[in-house]
Structures are given as C-alpha cells and as structure tokens.
Design a protein around this ligand. Structure first.
Ligand SMILES: Nc1ncnc2c1ncn2[C@@H]1O[C@H](COP(=O)(O)OP(=O)(O)OP(=O)(O)O)[C@@H](O)[C@H]1O
Ligand SMILES: [Mg+2]
Length: 649
C-alpha cells in the first residue's frame, strides 16, 4: 500500500497519542497497575507497529504485540479500545479516498484480529499458569497444615501430661492417653461425657469444679481419685478455650502426677534427717567413749589391786558392769553413725544366717516356728560377719517381740530367706538409695502385729521404740541401718497392721573368693619390755594407757599432741613403739606420723582412733602403720597389740 511516508509519520504520531489516551482512560481495567509513562510507550509501540503493518503486512508482528500487552497486564477492554482506535484511524486517514480505504481497513482488520488473538492466547496461558501456581501454593499449604496437625496431634496424644477437654458444663469431651493411664481408665469412651467432679477426691470436688469452671486459668495441686478409688496428687493447669469471637467454649486442663515428686522430696528430707542425727549421735558417742574408757580403765586398775573377796571388789564389779552397759550403748550408737568399719572378709550370708540362728533359737518360744529358705548358690559378700550377725539378731528379736502379745500364747512364723538379686536401675528405698548392680538379699519376715503407722517413718532413728523404757532402747534398727548403709547396702520394709512385717536387706555381692578365717585371740593382759611413746590429746586416755603399759612392764613416755610427740621422740633412738592418736590439736596424727618417719624410717606406729571408717586409718596402714586399735580401748586387746609389735621391734 503506497502511502506517503510523511502522512504516515504524521498519522502515526496522532495514532500514538490517541492509543495512549485510550489506554489511560481504561487504566483501572488493567491487571497490573501500569505507570503513565509506560502507557505512553505502549501507545507509541502499538502505533508504530500498526503503521508499519499498513505499509508492509510482513512487518509489525501484531500477534507478538498482543502477547506482550497481555503479559504486561493490559486489560481486555483496553486492547479492544486500541483495536477500535486503529480502525478509526484508518477511516480518518483515508477519508475521501475510497480506493485506499478498503484495503487499509482490511489490513487494519487483519492487524487487529492478530493482535487480539495474540492477546487472548497469552491471557489464557497466563490464567493457566496462575491456576497452576495457585494450585501448587494451595496444595503445599494444605500439606503443611495437615503435617502441622499431625505433629500437634501426635504431641498431644503422646504427651506425658494428662490432657482433658471439657465443655462449659464440666462434661468430658476429649482426653489423651496419659490421662487414661494416670486415672486408670482403659479407653476414652469410658470417660467422655463424665462429669469433672468424678475425677477428684471427695473433699476436693467443690474446689476442683470451682477452680476449673470459674477463673480463666488456674495452676495448683489437687488430690485426684483414680478409677479404683485410690487417691493421688496431681499438679493441675487449667485454662478456658475460646472461639474466634472470644467466647468461651470449653476448658482444657493438663495434669502431671505429683506422687513421685512428693515421694522423692520426702526421701531427701528423711536422708538429711538421718545424716543430721548421725552427726549429733556421733559427737555424743565420741565424747562418751573417752569418758567410759577412762572410768573403765581406772576401775580395772583398782580391781587388779583389790582382793577378789573384798566388798570393794564386788562394788567395783558393779561399776564395771555399768561401764560395760554404757560402752555397749555407745558402741551401738557408733554403729548408727557409721564410725565403725569393722573387719570385712568375704563371706556367705547363708553361714551368717545359720550361725546367728544357732545363737537365737533357744530364746524363741516353741510356739514360734522358724523357717529358713536359703539359696544354695548364694553369691558372696564382703562384710564384717559379726556386724551382720548383729543385724540379723536385731531383726529377729524384733520379729519375735512382734509375734508376742503380753499374757497370750505366742504364735507365729519367722522366715529368713536369702537370694541373689539384680538391680536393673536406681532403686530408691525409703531410707537409702541403691545403685544398679548385683546384690545378695536377706529377708526377715514375721507374722506379727505389723509396724504401727506412726513409727514407720521413724523406724531407724535411735531411741525410737514402742516397747517402753525398760524393755527396749530403740537402738536395734538404728544399728541395722548404720551397718547396712556402711556396707553400701540398703534396706526396705514392708509391713501391714495385723499381717506382719518383712525387712529386706540388700548387700552388694563380691566377685572375690573366700579367705581362711583368722585365728581366735588369746586372753589376759599381755606383758612385755621396751619403751613406748604414747601420744593422745585426752589426758585421761593418755594416763590410762600409760598406767596399763607401765603395769605390763614397759617404760612409757607421753605427749599431748603431735608437736610435743616430735619433741619427745627426738631421733627415735631407744623408742620401740609409738601409740598415736589421729585427731589432735597443734599437729594431727597424720602429719606427725610423716615427720616421725622422716626422723626414723623404721619407726613403728600403732594408731588409735574412734573413727575407723573415714579412710584415714586405712590410709595410715598403707603408709606403714603397724596396726590400728579402735576406741573405746579394750585394754586386753591394747596390751596384746603393744606386746606383739614391741617384741617384733
Ligand atoms: N518386726 C517388727 N514388727 C513390728 N514392729 C516392729 C518390728 N521391728 C521393729 N518394730 C517397731 O520398731 C520399733 C523400733 O525398733 P528397734 O529395734 O529400733 O527398737 P526396739 O526393738 O524398740 O528396742 P531395742 O531393739 O533397742 O531393744 C519397735 O519398738 C517396734 O515398734
Ligand atoms: Mg529391737
């Protein structure tokens, strides 16, 4: 189509303006907001493309223009207006030139239809694309939501907190698995619809209902009632559930079982109490021991010089007996305070049980049957047989007393059994806790009256007794406790009023083999010759020891503390033995021992101590002390030890 280029250029400018104006008029019909400057560009681009097409139908590419417009977000009304304007442009341009008008309008029609087609195709493609994107977005959102729900659901269902949902009338609508197991129900169907009040102990009901229904949220502790009626403590946290408008629609309550925590708390308190008591009793026992050693020692010395048939001698025997009783008491107290390590050997508790029963049997009335159930392949333990025998005696005597009613025929059965036991996990007994491992268990079971409830919590405390001042001191179980704990074992008690009691002792088994028994000690104050340095800060103890040693034939030098001992010792020439106390002012026994050895490498030191269990005494043996003697001193044993070590010098 031959058109003068100048007219077309003119026309193109006017067309561009007209197209831009249409685009601007319909700017709000567009999919995206287009800047006015961009609209002017678009108008120009379309006008250029159209006029080119008019000149050469191979140029201008109307379909691509349509697609581009659609991509930019030009709306359908705008593109139609553009097409209309293009047709109008042709009509104006070729007005009065019918020969050109016809082909020009044809060309315009072709351009516009290609433009619109391109536009429509792109719009459809974009819609499809959009839909796909939306679908993907939606489906991934849905997927995430369902995953979230799944996770939440899982968390709620497997939570160790019991969770309970109720409506506003306090009727159960939903519970989780932990709730069911806490309260002892089998399935949610059993509880859905039940009133809240049914889950609480009688006197907690009004409080629970009020608490859970009134305030928006509440935390605290309540006594709950299990399905079987048994009470238990729960920590409660309740809150109102609201809908989107903020109206209350129900209540969510979560629960944690507080029984275990309470039990642990009680145990910690109990353990602390026993510890404090131990310290107190230990202090008293220590001072008392020293007094008794002094009194007893002097009494022995005076008795040696008093004619056996004199009145004085008889009185002294009474004093001696009282001292012995006192010593017995403090000895027991010291068991409780675990100051007595004893001599441990590898033993079978079956032997201890048999031997102890041999001693006890005749003190049991015939109406009380005694049965032994001993495990033949019982593991061995490392223990002091005398101490364990004491434990069994105390337990059996208690059992006998429990099966004895004053003025009535004595009846009942005592069963002592032994077995091997494996403790898989930490077991917290009522009074002490045990590490996992292999144990040997001894059970002493009676069919007696059972332990009164008010005594159960104080059972192992010294001087707790229900037997009255005359017949019981209340030290029996304190001693049991001390010895067993000292042997790294533990005790459990089961008792029901009227049905009887079972004490269970667990002692760690040893893999060591049995040793041969030591020979029995001889009797009589052993005599000897030599020089002994006696070091003790207690003047009375010092004197009694030197009196005994002088009487037995030794030369004695004394010192009141470690520093003085070093003075007296000098180079150690002529001193055959040093008797050394451990706890002293100025210079303690341990330090003093080290200095003595510096002065004389082969010095012989006999350690005396009231605390054999704190490890120091054992350490002294390792460092070369010749022996350890426990206080209160048994003078015969003391004299024997001195004689042995002086003669070995
Ligand atoms: N097997 C048992 N059956 C019932 N009650 C027991 C039993 N063992 C101990 N008890 C109760 O525990 C209390 C304390 O016992 P424990 O052995 O410590 O002292 P005791 O027997 O009263 O006096 P002691 O043993 O010093 O002579 C007893 O008085 C008794 O009330
Ligand atoms: Mg007793």
């Amino acid at each position: 189509m031959s058109l003068p280029a100048s007219r077309l250029a003119e026309g193109q400018k006017a067309l561009a303006e007209s197209l831009t104006a249409r685009l601007r008029d319909l700017v709000f019909e567009n999919r995206y907001s287009l800047h006015p400057r961009r609209l002017a560009q678009l108008g120009t681009e379309l006008a250029v493309s159209f006029t080119r097409f008019l000149q050469d139908p191979a140029a201008g590419d109307p379909a691509a223009r349509g697609e581009a417009a659609a991509r930019e977000g030009v709306g359908p009304r705008s593109i139609l207006a553009v097409a209309e304007a293009m047709r109008g442009f042709c009509r104006t341009l070729f007005e009065g030139d019918p020969a050109r008008m016809g082909p020009a309008l044809d060309a315009a029609e072709r351009f516009c239809s290609a433009l619109l087609q391109g536009f429509m195709q792109m719009v459809e493609a974009l819609i499809l694309q959009d839909q796909e994107r939306l679908r993907r977005a939606l489906s991934s959102a849905l997927e995430k939501q369902s995953r979230d729900l799944l996770v939440k659901n899982h968390a709620v269902n497997t939570s160790i907190n019991g969770i309970l949902l109720t409506d506003l009338d306090g009727k159960v609508t939903w519970v989780n698995a932990s709730f069911l197991s806490l309260w002892g129900y089998g399935s949610a169907d059993e509880v859905v619809g039940m009133p809240l009040a049914d889950f609480w102990a009688e006197d907690e009901r009004p409080r629970a209902a009020e608490v859970l229904l009134s305030s928006g949220g509440w935390r605290g502790e309540l006594v709950a009632r299990r399905r079987d009626g048994g009470p238990f403590n729960v920590e409660v946290s309740a809150s109102i559930i609201r809908n989107e408008e903020g109206a209350a629609v129900g209540i969510m309550t979560s629960f944690v079982d507080a029984t275990e925590r309470k039990r642990l708390q009680a145990q910690v308190i109990q353990a602390q109490k026993m510890e404090a008591l131990g310290q107190l009793a230990g202090g008293i026992a220590h001072d008392f021991n020293n007094l008794l050693t002094a009194i007893g020692g002097y009494v022995q010395l005076v008795m040696e010089r008093t004619p056996r048939d004199s009145r004085m001698h008889k009185d002294l025997v009474q004093v001696q007996a009282a001292v012995d009783r006192g010593t017995g008491l403090t000895r027991q107290l010291r068991f409780f305070t675990r100051q007595t390590a004893g001599v441990r050997t590898v033993i079978s508790l079956n032997d201890t049980v048999r031997e102890t029963l041999e001693i006890l049997r005749h003190t049991f009335p015939p109406e009380i049957g005694v049965r032994l159930q001993l495990e033949p392949a019982l593991d061995l333990v490392e223990a002091d047989p005398n101490q364990l025998s004491q434990v069994l005696i105390n337990l059996c005597v208690n059992a006998r007393d429990a099966m004895t009613e004053p003025g009535q025929v004595r009846r009942g059965t005592l069963v002592i059994s032994t077995s091997n036991a494996i403790l898989a996990e930490e077991r917290v007994g009522k009074y002490c806790s045990a590490r996992p491992g292999r144990y040997v268990a001894v059970r002493v079971k009676d069919t007696g009256a059972g332990i009164p409830a008010e005594v159960q919590d104080r059972l192992f405390i010294p001087f707790v007794t229900t037997k009255g001042m005359r017949s019981g001191t209340g030290l029996g179980l304190a001693v049991v406790y001390g010895i067993v704990t000292n042997h790294e074992g533990f005790i459990d008690v089961r008792s029901a009023p009227g049905l009887g009691t079972e004490f269970e002792l667990m002692l760690p088994r040893t893999s060591r083999a049995r040793e041969t028994a030591p020979s029995a000690p001889a009797t009589g104050l052993a005599r000897g010759r030599g020089t002994v340095l006696v070091v003790d800060d207690e003047q009375q103890i010092r004197e009694i020891m030197s009196r005994v040693l002088v009487d037995c034939g030794y030369t004695v030098i004394t010192a009141g503390d470690g520093a003085e001992a070093l003075d007296r010792f000098g180079t150690g020439a002529g001193i055959d033995l040093v008797v050394l106390d451990l706890v002293m002012p100025n210079l303690g026994g341990k330090e003093c021992f080290a200095r003595l050895r510096e002065r004389r490498g082969d010095v012989r030191v006999l350690v005396t101590t009231g605390h054999t269990s704190d490890g120091t005494a054992r350490e002294m043996m390792q460092r070369g002390a010749v022996d350890i003697i426990e206080k209160p001193l048994d003078l015969k044993e003391f004299a024997r030890a001195v004689a042995r070590h002086v003669s070995a010098a």
